[in-house]
Design a protein around this ligand. Sequence first.
Ligand SMILES: Nc1ncnc2c1ncn2[C@@H]1O[C@H](COP(=O)(O)OP(=O)(O)O)[C@@H](O)[C@H]1O
Ligand SMILES: [Mg+2]
Length: 220
Amino acid sequence: MTELLVPHPRFITLEGGEGAGKSTALAAVREALQSSGYEVVRTREPGGTPLAEKIRGLLLENRPSAGGSEALVPETELLLMFAARAQHVREVIRPALQRGAYVVCDRFTDSSYAYQGAGRGLDQSWIEDLERRAVGLRPGLTLLLDLDVRQGRARTRGRDLWPDRIESEQDDFFERVRECFRLRAAADPGRFRLIDATRPAAVVASEVGAVVSEWLRHAG
Ligand SMILES: Nc1ncnc2c1ncn2[C@@H]1O[C@H](COP(=O)(O)OP(=O)(O)O)[C@@H](O)[C@H]1O
Ligand SMILES: [Mg+2]
């Protein structure tokens, strides 16, 4: 049976390209929520459960699997992303929401539209179907950290001595990813907040905190 896509006000996601500052912003989101007294569960995708983290390993491993030159094809990449997500939603996200916690997740389904859809060229309606059937849940609030692709790369250069499989893509791939994120944000202003991530980290963090406080005034 097809599940409905229900946006949950206590489910907050961070999206954006490599080096946009998602992990940095996540700390600001958590701080804003905790200072209001809420329990916060922080998690990430792909991953978030022991099994889903194993799938993450398969997805990001930057060499053909042992024993051959077999590369991960786009269709497998998409299905593994959703396999991990189905597990994550049922084992971690929904239980936390049900007991009244806030859940803050570094990447979620929007990243599949951007990377496997716009980036790899897979059909959007297939992703929509997987989102409805395998996930059935949407964040109430999504912070999109928007940054020039080259600027993002420059930020991660120090971190990524060994870039993962997806980070090793070319700039045109990441341009498609960025454009898809921006289009999704423009199409759903009720859920998305577009954050200009070119500014210094402290400025971004304070805007992120303000966005979350504003969200709490309405949804909390
Ligand atoms: N606004 C910012 N300005 C400059 N550098 C930043 C900013 N935000 C994060 N960084 C730095 O850029 C790198 C990538 O940030 P990170 O939060 O890990 O990005 P992401 O999780 O989106 O890949 C880190 O070294 C971080 O300290
Ligand atoms: Mg990160």
